[in-house]
Design a protein. Structure first.
Length: 170
């Protein structure tokens, strides 16, 4: 039934630091507040990521492009930091937190956990955005550049991107 909410954007959640850095795929990510900017992500307690966010109280929401699909799939189907050896992403220091960012991502949004609550079989982690970085060509004039191939998830193995066409309301 949750697929009735799809297609949804897919993100990468980076957690931990150093040798213990981990990356998982996440669709269940949302903006909660504009000022201060707050973001929430629903993470199952079964994920290694859950353990790391709980331990360090921070995470990065990375925005992958379609070009990163192979890595997104590994991040979303394998568990624990060992999967990073199979992935071709480059971890780089974040601006404000110790959890690293992903160089290849279109944007990296750095969050400090301000709250968490269990809802059914997931924990909803709320993060306040304390730093960010982005690829200049992916966000032009304050808007996403659809040529950057933002990634969305349609069904389990099926992903899509946005057509490069804008429909104006007036
Ligand atoms: C496209 C995609 C989206 C996903 N979204 C979520 C999500 O929002 N929350 C979640 O807990 N798991 C989600 N998953 C599952 C985790 O990414 C997956 O279980 C992953 O292996 C967990 O890695 P970890 O154990 O290293 O943290 C998603 C998987 C895929 C492929």
């Amino acid at each position: 039934m949750h697929r009735l909410m799809y297609p949804m954007r897919t993100y990468l959640i980076v957690s931990g630091k150093g040798e213990e850095t981990n990356v998982m795929a996440a669709d269940w990510v949302t903006i909660l507040s504009h000022d201060p900017l707050m973001i929430g992500v629903a993470v199952s307690p079964r994920r290694y990521t859950h353990r790391l966010i709980t331990k360090y109280n921070e995470f990065v929401v990375s925005v992958p492009s379609l070009d990163m699909l192979r890595d997104v799939w590994i991040a979303g189907t394998k568990s624990g930091p060992a999967k990073l050896k199979e992935m071709s992403i480059t971890l780089v220091p974040s601006m404000k937190i110790e959890t690293p960012s992903i160089h290849e991502a279109l944007a990296n949004i750095e969050c400090r956990v301000v709250d968490n609550k269990e809802y059914g079989d997931h924990t909803f982690f709320v993060g306040e955005v304390v730093g960010w970085s982005h690829k200049r060509e992916a966000f032009k004039d304050g808007k996403p550049n659809l040529k950057a191939k933002f990634l969305a998830h349609a069904a389990w193995t099926d992903f899509v991107t946005f057509e490069d066409k804008i429909y104006k309301t007036e």
